[in-house]
Design a protein around this ligand. Structure first.
Ligand SMILES: [Zn+2]
Length: 430
């Protein structure tokens, strides 16, 4: 079923366990010490280590077979490995090493497989009967703080790309300020941002990112600061330095990075019906399949096909506010009338069902059953930091603000305005 390609042998290295470097240390004065290998008595046979990779479309079994391991040996390895890491589950591009009894590679003695960034499986022949034994080795994850800063010349995306920030962190940054800034329409040239994030490192390699600890975004001259508190636990949220919550009843956009193609209007020319009629909502242009989020928590009042509205979800948030999401391609699985949804939960995907000229989301907002312009309303904030936590919070604010990079750096690192995406080799304007 899988075709396995044996891995490159480029990295064969010879391990000589009997190398007598330490013996030489006593007899030869340093620093002129030379290791005389020719005199070494090789009492233990020289072991050979080969390095392999499970190719795409291949399997661990195939790889081992193509390396000449006997079927019985492979079966023994599979059985021994199973409680730690079933070898049939090893992903392609996984690398492993085999230690052999010698350069002839007659008998494998050990197999060392890095199956995850932080875990290895070691299979080794041990004991009197030289049977295979399995050991799991954990590689410790170090968490350090890393900072990034950017200056928006074209888009938020490019400003992050320009400074080499992982794209997933742009989304995280946008999530911190989802209640303050609509990143699909309010990002302006000249905006700047800076943040401190947890970086997870194993063996000097970044394996992922943790929480953003503090972030600042200056939008059209207005500065927003978000500080994560408490640092631990799933109750963590972002607060302004004065302890007020960034969180509001509604996030500012049901789509993360769309753009507004048509605003709320009491009368506009309808592109399909070709008549003047009110536009009772906001249109977001975005590719088909873009996730659509509930802007606030609530209960699904209706979900399904609804004439010219196409596939539509309507959510009741409380006695006053409701929202509706139209022209969806489809709905998130498991949702039905009466389901409760959380703020930011994906409820469906952008489409062009019903009366629509192309893929977009029509987002409608109701106050007491009357259409309102969602962009013109300011909503109450969530709970601030509790009074008895304020001194602890204030201390955290002081410490965490100090970790941010200087604004001056963001200014210096601004890309030229004709920078195209992916073009990292441009002059920096100062
Ligand atoms: Zn519309």
């Amino acid at each position: 079923m899988f075709k396995l390609r044996s891995c490159a042998m480029a990295a064969i290295l010879c391990l000589q366990p009997a190398c007598n470097e330490s013996q030489d240390r006593d007899s030869l004065p340093s620093p002129a010490k030379r290791v005389v290998v020719t005199n070494t008595k090789l009492e233990a046979p020289a072991q050979f280590v080969t390095r392999h990779e499970v190719e795409k479309g291949s399997s661990m079994y195939q790889t081992l077979k193509s390396e000449g391991l006997l079927p019985q040996t492979i079966l023994d390895l599979v059985k021994t490995a199973k409680p730690i890491m079933p070898l049939q589950d090893v992903a392609s591009a996984t690398t492993f090493e085999i230690t052999w009894d010698g350069p002839e590679r007659n008998t494998p003695l050990k197999l060392d497989l890095r199956y995850a960034a932080d875990s290895s499986l070691v299979l080794e022949r041990k004991g009197p009967g030289l049977e295979w034994m399995a050991t799991r080795i954990e590689h410790p994850i170090t968490v350090v703080q890393k900072t990034f800063h950017g200056f928006v010349s074209n888009s938020l995306w490019e400003s992050a790309e320009f400074v080499g920030m992982d794209p997933s962190l742009i989304t995280s940054l946008a999530e911190v300020f989802a209640w303050q800034i609509d990143f699909s329409r309010e990002v302006k040239r000249g905006d700047r941002w800076r943040l401190t994030v947890e970086q997870k490192i194993v063996d000097d390699k970044t394996i992922g990112w943790g929480n953003i600890l503090v972030a600042e975004y200056e939008n059209d001259g207005q500065l927003f600061t978000g500080i994560r508190y408490p640092a631990e636990g799933d109750k963590a949220a972002y607060y302004f330095p004065n302890g007020q919550s960034l969180k509001r009843m509604f996030i500012k956009s049901p789509i993360k990075f769309g753009r507004i193609t048509s605003g709320f209007s009491r009368s506009r020319f309808h592109p399909v019906l070709h008549v003047h009629r009110p536009h009772n909502g906001v249109d977001y242009g975005a590719p088909t399949g873009t996730p659509v989020m509930a802007v606030g928590g609530g209960t699904i009042e209706s979900i399904g096909r609804n004439g010219g509205s196409g596939n539509m979800v309507k959510i009741r948030h409380n006695g006053t506010y409701s929202t509706a999401y139209l022209h969806l391609k489809g709905f998130a699985t498991g949702l039905r009338r009466g389901s409760s949804v959380e703020q930011g939960q994906v409820i469906g995907y952008v489409g062009a069902t019903g009366l629509a000229t192309g893929p977009h989301l029509h987002f409608a907002f109701y106050e007491n059953g009357v259409y309102m312009d969602p962009l013109g309303i300011r909503f109450p904030a969530a709970e601030p930091i509790a009074r008895n936590q304020l001194s602890k919070f204030n201390l955290l604010v002081q410490n965490v603000m100090r970790t941010l990079p200087d604004w001056q750096l963001a200014q210096q690192d601004k890309p030229s305005q004709d920078t195209r995406p992916g073009d990292h080799d441009h002059t920096v304007i100062r």
